[in-house]
Write a protein that binds this ligand. Sequence first.
Ligand SMILES: *[C@@H]1O[C@H](CO)[C@@H](O)[C@H](O)[C@H]1NC(C)=O
Ligand SMILES: *[C@@H]1O[C@H](CO)[C@@H](O)[C@H](O)[C@H]1NC(C)=O
Ligand SMILES: *[C@@H]1O[C@H](CO)[C@@H](O)[C@H](O)[C@H]1NC(C)=O
Ligand SMILES: *[C@@H]1O[C@H](CO)[C@@H](O)[C@H](O)[C@H]1NC(C)=O
Ligand SMILES: *[C@@H]1O[C@H](CO)[C@@H](O)[C@H](O)[C@H]1NC(C)=O
Ligand SMILES: *[C@@H]1O[C@H](CO)[C@@H](O)[C@H](O)[C@H]1NC(C)=O
Ligand SMILES: [Cu+2]
Length: 412
Amino acid sequence: MLLAALYCLLWSFQTSAGHFPRACASSKNLMEKECCPPWEGDGSPCGQLSGRGSCQDINLSKAPPGPQFPFTGVDDRESWPSVFYNRTCQCFDNFMGFNCGNCKFGFRGPNCRERRLLVRRNIFDLSVPEKNKFLAYLTLAKHTTSPDYVIPTGTYGQMNNGSTPMFNDINVYDLFVWMHYYVSRDTLLGGSEIWKDIDFAHEAPGFLPWHRLFLLLWEQEIQKLTGDENFTIPYWDWRDADNCEICTDEYMGGRDPANPNLLSPASFFSSWQIICSRLEEYNRRQVLCDGTSEGPLLRNPGNHDPARTPRLPSSADVEFCLSLTQYDSGAMDKAANFSFRNTLEGFASPLTGIADASQSSMHNALHIFMNGTMSQVQGSANDPIFLLHHAFVDRDKAIMKIYGFQKPLSHL
Ligand SMILES: *[C@@H]1O[C@H](CO)[C@@H](O)[C@H](O)[C@H]1NC(C)=O
Ligand SMILES: *[C@@H]1O[C@H](CO)[C@@H](O)[C@H](O)[C@H]1NC(C)=O
Ligand SMILES: *[C@@H]1O[C@H](CO)[C@@H](O)[C@H](O)[C@H]1NC(C)=O
Ligand SMILES: *[C@@H]1O[C@H](CO)[C@@H](O)[C@H](O)[C@H]1NC(C)=O
Ligand SMILES: *[C@@H]1O[C@H](CO)[C@@H](O)[C@H](O)[C@H]1NC(C)=O
Ligand SMILES: *[C@@H]1O[C@H](CO)[C@@H](O)[C@H](O)[C@H]1NC(C)=O
Ligand SMILES: [Cu+2]
């Protein structure tokens, strides 16, 4: 039905929120605000000698401040990434990445000229060896330190404006957990002050493009880690489900018979440790999540508040979302009515399109239903179900049918 084909996504972007290349984490880079590492292929910055790209000033258009964030100059994520870097690699042709070492999504080959079409599949259509390969990739990612990226453990101010860098190693899986935390975390205003009404990836038009880019980058990192250039994230088609069908030990983990909030000891993920789940503690201490282990994955599917989320989304709900012709509307936040984005995200009724703060439907319904790590925005990507869930939210027809997605989302 919904065709999950990943077309060549012809966006151009320097770097995405939350990516800190290891090669740019020195005080020299931070003081000079330059992140133009050499490409291994020829040793020149941005692969310049091979015509892959060049080091250039970032020119940002000044966005007017919205009512949700009545400040300027208090959050490192404003005018991203210019607080940290104002010169980065601008890649030519189909090259991409912090040193122009990758191909844009949808291309391969030494010059990134060959088109390629990768298809995301229903996890229940994978053969047992294919499914086990996916689980093995997750395990490998969780146990392999990212060679290319590090995470900052302090704000730019806490790093004394770059003169004392604070960065930690992180494994490939947790790098993405951290990115999802970082984009949605609160603003530390200094002292004991916190600004909570901020999120760069949810409750606004950026929800779908941000998560699409997240999944594409996740796939790319797994492809590099495993050498499996054809890897794609499988999805869970949760339409009309009445329980968590993937919550079995063969798939994403069954329930621990001794504790309904934990995963069964026989599952692949019961030994996983989560990170970035303690927002209130970070706020109290005015620190960032530094990737320290914070205990096991929590999940108790179906134990949620049924008044908030009476059921998982139905096929009719999905069809209703697809019938909405405005990508976003009005205030373009979680109060938006008749907004495709707000309804799909789950802040508006999938029966009427009217915003309803008392309900969590569609995308949000799955997070609430899992009743654990998945249910708090900042830590939700710790649970690998996050990937299968968002791969389904991202199924192309949902966006392409109406919006002819080739370029438009990059402008949101
Ligand atoms: C980039 O940052 C450096 C270091 O703060 C500064 O000297 C330079 O003027 C900035 N360049 C632009 C284009 O803003
Ligand atoms: C930014 O603007 C300068 C001056 O107009 C230009 O030379 C440079 O190529 C621009 N950089 C990018 C990444 O477009
Ligand atoms: C960092 O830069 C800001 C803005 O330029 C300045 O107000 C502050 O004093 C600087 N902090 C340090 C530790 O250099
Ligand atoms: C990926 O798929 C392409 C096209 O089907 C195939 O030619 C190639 O051998 C595959 N690569 C791997 C590593 O399996
Ligand atoms: C789990 O559901 C209960 C209500 O059944 C709720 O009180 C609790 O906050 C939920 N836990 C999480 C982590 O969402
Ligand atoms: C959405 O519709 C409801 C019900 O008609 C209305 O009360 C609310 O003000 C509308 N929201 C916006 C942002 O227009
Ligand atoms: Cu999210």
